[in-house]
Design a protein around this ligand. Structure first.
Ligand code: SF4
Ligand code: SF4
Length: 160
């Protein structure tokens, strides 16, 4: 299954030092510099997200957030307010290769790259501490299958 974003916003919550607004062109149009690639890109707030963009309260507690990130107060979901014109790095980004869901179908963790395991919960972190030592020498689909088997036995669902 392809990477499906659940709009938690964590990837955009630390992008302020990557995406810097270097010019404001008016009419909700900005020029953004990417500190990693050096790319310069014009972005524009989506017409249906202007009110959301104007309300900065949802990122007041996130000083490192991308300037275009906002959270919907009702659902808690994150929105990129320049989604239609967002930079390439954001279009290509996928935060997981394996997605781990708990019994309520809430994200509990993810696997990035080959074997980088990132638990979101303390419970999954503890489980992983027990599983990881059993995986020595495995790689590729064998590693995936062993991890999925261990997590499934513990009540999680894993999407790939
Ligand atoms: S790409 Fe991943 S980290 Fe970023 S908002 Fe979506 S689910 Fe969250
Ligand atoms: S431009 Fe949008 S997708 Fe990219 S980091 Fe900012 S909020 Fe996230």
């Amino acid at each position: 299954m392809a990477c499906k974003c659940c709009q938690c916003g964590s990837c955009c919550s630390n992008m302020r030092n990557v995406h810097t607004v270097v010019e404001e062109r008016g009419n909700y149009t900005f020029v953004v510099h990417n500190a990693y690639s050096g790319d310069v890109k014009e972005v524009r707030v989506d017409p249906d997200k202007i009110a959301l963009y104007e309300d900065r309260s949802s990122i007041e507690e996130l000083p490192d957030a991308c300037p275009f990130l906002r959270f919907d107060g009702k659902t808690g979901k994150a929105w990129c307010t320049v989604h239609l014109t967002r930079p390439e790095i954001c279009r290509d980004y996928c935060c997981w290769r394996l997605l781990i869901l708990d019994w309520q179908s809430k994200r509990a963790g993810r696997v990035m790259y080959q074997t980088t395991f990132i638990p979101d919960t303390e419970e999954l972190r503890r489980l992983w501490e027990g599983v990881q030592p059993t995986l020595g020498g495995l790689c590729g689909t064998e590693w995936d299958d062993a991890v999925i088997s261990a997590l499934t036995a513990a009540g999680y669902r894993v999407r790939r």
